[in-house]
Design a protein around this ligand. Structure first.
Ligand code: AHG
Ligand code: MN
Ligand code: MN
Length: 353
């Protein structure tokens, strides 16, 4: 018996409905107002910077002068990598022609970078960590970029950007780009958290997960345990606790963006507490902790210094660092419980003496 012939033209359905980043922002804003158009264009520009960085990262091993250190030390006192400089300049170049932002403030620049020609029209500041986890870059492991958009509320003459010294709740948008096996852009404008995957054949970020919710609890704890000797006792107590209980597993990549992305999707906690050498921890409030706190809060998680919500911390300087405990609400609360227990014990002791 002859099998029934199949139609020659099979029906092809699209994997996704191909929502692009800029369209998604407009949908979220439910408006075509000037503000909505600006925000959509801003996100589009961040996407362009991400594509340029991803492109260079994918070929860096074949290029002369793309990898390794520059020999300089940045304002943070950290050795600068060539890819740090490239990524920083990409954001500047992409926003210079955009008319969208008057100022950029980055981990790699001591003072904010002004684009005077944009200032009459661009009412926003972009704060960013151009390349996060740059120790991974020379060994082909995941790195990221972190960003936030804030309203520009002043023009400072002395470069201290006083109007930026406001809590994370003032962020209009925030997110990160993860340069991994694929390039992903995750963002929030305060209406949930959404992920886009770069389709290299299209050169477009396409919506791949909408309204992501972080699990209430997760198995992962992510900390550099090489710092155990320099941590305060409550953090050591927490680490001893997870070592002695079933259900926890350690994951630490050396790049915050990758570690946080895992936790966003699968639950758990990332912590970078204060150390003896760095009592405020290592991570920077304006370009690392506050943007990631906005994302994680929007997904139903929490971000804390141990005693205060990260989103409420008022910076007193541009490059301020902060301890960071971020992730699933139950896991963050567990870490905090060890900190609070010690505080109670200290208060009781003070009363008795
Ligand atoms: P950056 O490369 O932007 O300086 O950030 C590195 C950060 C962060 O990504 C990572 O979680 C942390 O530093 C790693 O620090 P340690 O090497 O001290 O663990
Ligand atoms: Mn970083
Ligand atoms: Mn960096």
């Amino acid at each position: 018996m002859v099998a029934e012939a199949k139609p020659i033209v099979e029906e092809h359905t699209l994997d996704r409905d191909c929502t692009t980043l800029s369209r998604h922002v407009l949908q979220q804003m439910q408006s075509f107002s000037a503000d909505a158009q600006d925000l959509s264009a801003l996100m589009g520009r961040i996407g362009l910077a991400a594509k340029l960085i991803a492109r260079r990262l994918s070929r860096a091993g074949l290029m002369e002068n793309a990898l390794g250190f520059t020999g300089d030390v940045n304002v943070q006192g950290e050795s600068v990598k060539k890819m740090d400089v490239y990524a920083n300049e990409v954001f500047i170049a992409v926003f210079k022609q955009s008319g969208l932002v008057c100022r950029l403030a980055s981990e790699e620049m001591e003072r904010p970078y002004y684009i005077p020609e944009n200032c009459p029209i661009g009412r926003h500041t972009l704060v960013y960590d151009p390349l996060d986890g740059s120790s991974n870059v020379d060994i082909d492991l995941n790195v990221g970029s972190i960003f936030a958009i804030r309203q520009q509320e002043g023009m400072d003459e002395d470069g201290t950007a006083q109007d930026l010294l406001q809590p994370g709740r003032k962020q209009i948008a925030a997110g990160y780009v993860l340069y991994g096996p694929s390039t992903m852009l995750v963002y929030t404008i305060g209406k949930g958290v959404h992920a886009f995957t770069l389709d290299p054949s299209l050169g477009e970020f396409i919506l791949s997960a909408e309204n992501i919710r972080i699990p209430e609890h997760g198995p992962v704890y992510s900390a550099n345990e090489g710092n155990f000797w320099q941590w305060e006792e409550p953090i050591r107590d927490y680490i001893r606790y997870v070592h002695r209980h079933e259900g926890y597993t350690a994951r630490y990549s050396g790049a915050l963006v990758g570690d946080i992305h895992r936790i966003l999707m699968q639950g758990g906690v990332f912590l970078y507490p204060g150390t003896v050498k760095k009592p405020e921890g290592k991570l920077r409030l304006l370009y690392e902790s506050a943007p990631l706190a906005f994302v994680i809060e929007q997904a139903g998680g929490r971000a804390s210094t141990g005693t205060q919500e990260i989103m409420d911390v008022i910076p007193d300087r541009l490059h301020q660092r902060t301890p960071l405990i971020i992730g699933s609400p139950d896991n963050v609360a567990l870490v905090e419980s060890f900190i609070q227990e010690r505080q109670r014990e200290a208060a009781d002791l003070a009363i008795k003496t």
